[in-house]
Design a binder for this molecule. Structure first.
Ligand code: 3PG
Length: 202
């Protein structure tokens, strides 16, 4: 799965208000050439959305984002999430991911956080919020001492700055809502989402 993510390089962050939208949205991403989906636990529909995608679209590698608690980690994996993402480094959630046997990409931005994550065996970090923290230059500088770490920058990334992040050796993939903006999801603009997926790939 990690190899596939490294090749595909794009991790769409999804905010789904209505579980009915989950499968059409994931289909739109597939039609646009993407096969990863991070469904965030920012809405009550998250677990149900993950379940529907996992059951109906096995071609999609579905995971859970904004995982803030051990309970959410369990609900996500039970629904079919194959990876977990969190905005910060939560030791209890990281331990639970290991117990559940799924990879977790915890959000870290500073050397101290990187080293804390490394002490827990983490090698892939969500660099969040990427742009607001200092962007490509900051990531270049801060990642220097840690050649064993790979990053998934997320936060403020779009088709315009994506290429600069992906050009860094330390970047495994980039995440973001720019491939499936909540506005287009709410409007059911699936063709628009496929177009944005293609644009990101291009
Ligand atoms: C996330 O949940 O990872 C971020 O909110 C995504 O950030 P973006 O909306 O700026 O892409």
């Amino acid at each position: 799965m990690l190899k596939k993510l490294e090749t595909e390089k794009l991790l769409p962050v999804l905010v789904i208000e209505n579980a009915e939208d989950a499968v059409p949205l994931a289909r739109a991403l597939l039609a646009g050439g993407l096969s990863f989906a991070e469904v965030t636990f920012r809405t009550a529909a998250a677990a149900q959305s993950i379940r529907r995608i996992a059951e109906e679209l096995p071609q999609i590698t579905v995971g859970a984002g904004t995982v803030l608690s051990v309970e959410q980690a369990n609900a996500a994996v039970e629904a079919g999430a194959r990876f977990l993402v969190s905005p910060g480094f939560n030791p209890a959630v990281v331990k639970e991911a290991a117990r559940l046997g799924v990879p977790i990409f915890p959000g870290c931005i500073t050397p101290t956080e990187f080293e804390t994550a490394m002490a827990f065996g983490i090698k892939i970090i969500k660099f969040f919020p990427a742009e607001q923290a200092g962007g490509v230059d900051f990531l270049k500088a801060v990642s220097g001492p840690y050649p064993e770490l790979k990053f998934i920058p997320t936060g403020g990334i779009n088709a315009g700055n994506l290429g600069q992040y992906l050009a860094l050796n330390c970047v495994l993939a980039c995440g973001g809502s720019f491939m499936a903006p909540p506005k287009l999801v709410a409007a059911g603009d699936w063709d628009g989402i496929s177009r944005l997926a293609r644009k990101a790939i291009a």
